[in-house]
Design a protein around this ligand. Structure first.
Ligand code: ZN
Length: 90
């Protein structure tokens, strides 16, 4: 499950992503909410985001080299959904 498939809870999703980006993941998190609040889906999407290891794109030998920036080294705001770790977590 990916963050994009969860409706609402934008602030919570952003906070979770910021925790990872700032390397501030605590040892335990509680996702509390009434049935239908999306707490379970959020926990599953966050778990997938943590284990996601996006594969580098295939190298095109004839393409111009892309300049490396810090943004390319950071994870995106959602899991890729196609790497082996993501496929296992589905
Ligand atoms: Zn992935």
């Amino acid at each position: 499950m990916q963050f994009q498939s969860i409706t609402g809870q934008k602030e919570t999703k952003e906070q979770l992503v910021q925790m990872i980006r700032h390397n501030r993941l605590s040892h335990a998190l509680l996702f509390l909410g009434k049935e239908g609040s999306g707490a379970l889906q959020l926990a599953l999407a966050f778990a997938q985001y943590i284990v996601c290891k996006p594969q580098p794109a295939e190298v095109d030998l004839f393409a111009a080299p892309e300049p490396k920036t810090q943004d390319t080294q950071l994870k995106t705001t959602d899991s890729c959904g196609i790497c082996p770790a993501c496929k296992k977590s589905k």
